[in-house]
Design a protein around this ligand. Structure first.
Ligand code: NAP
Length: 228
């Protein structure tokens, strides 16, 4: 069975990834920060036979390492770094602790997860590493300024993914850096242009199409290329 691991799986896009991959027949390793509070995810896992839930606070390296140890015999075909936070910031109003926290969750954790699960990824058939970034991480697209914390954490995530593309190619691992669109989730708010279903359906399509030969792309959910 093809296996996908998703972080931040209890709500928003992460939950929708779990739902759609489960419906597509994947074995889903659904990771969330607090299982006790993941009511909807537990209900979904209860009516599906291919979803297993694991507790993972991605900002805690010890938890990443111990989950990797627990899942050492799994083959992870698709790893999706989805968990993320948005902390607002503009000139004169930047909380430095939140900036550090955002780098920890949005940038460093995705790297640590790949590094610690690399063995499970390289032993799988598909060998795909995906990070959910944002168009707000594009330097080229930054025509309005602001959002220092979020933008910089996603730009750094993009840079990290670019390096992984080169460094993992000889192990057959393909990478994809995906912008989900502006989506109506807790983070995106009610004004988003699309819902989670449409966003995740599109992103899964891009992940399906990914091969080692086109590794390293930065795309939106509809497959449109974004300038770095
Ligand atoms: P969301 O509804 O706010 O959900 C965020 C998810 O990340 C939650 O499951 C949350 O878990 C999890 N998370 C946060 N910190 C975590 C930690 N330390 N450990 C484990 N999980 C943690 O956001 P979303 O819209 O689904 O966003 C998903 C991804 O898409 C993010 O990377 C975001 O930056 C990106 N994105 C979203 C949009 C949009 O319009 N929605 C646009 C561009 C990019 P808890 O419930 O425990 O907090």
């Amino acid at each position: 069975m093809t296996t996908v691991l998703v972080t931040g799986a209890n709500r928003g896009l992460g939950y929708e990834f779990v739902k759609q991959y489960s419906e597509n027949g994947f074995s889903v390793l659904a990771c969330c920060r607090n299982i006790n509070e993941a009511k909807e995810l537990k209900e979904l896992a209860g009516i599906s036979n291919n979803i297993n839930i694991y507790e993972l606070d991605v900002s805690n390296i010890k938890k990443i390492k111990s989950l990797s140890q627990q899942l050492q015999n799994e083959k992870i075909d698709v790893l999706i770094n989805n968990a993320g936070i948005y902390r607002s910031s503009n000139v004169g109003n930047v909380d430095y602790d939140q900036w550090m926290e955002s780098f920890k969750i949005n940038t460093i954790a995705p790297y640590q997860i790949v590094e610690n699960f690399l063995n499970q990824i390289t032993h799988s058939d598909l060998k795909k590493v995906v990070s959910i970034t944002s168009k707000m991480g594009s330097i080229d697209d930054n025509t309005s300024g602001g959002s220092y914390i979020y933008r910089s954490s996603k730009t750094a995530l993009n840079s990290m993914m670019r390096s992984l593309t080169h460094d993992l190619k000889n192990q057959g691992v393909a990478t994809l850096t995906l912008h989900p669109g502006w989506v109506r989730t807790d983070m995106g708010g009610p004004g988003g242009w699309i819902d989670s279903f449409e966003s995740v359906k599109g992103m899964i399509k891009q992940i399906d199409k990914l091969t080692i030969d086109d590794s390293g792309k930065y795309l939106d959910y509809a497959g449109k290329s974004i300038n770095w």
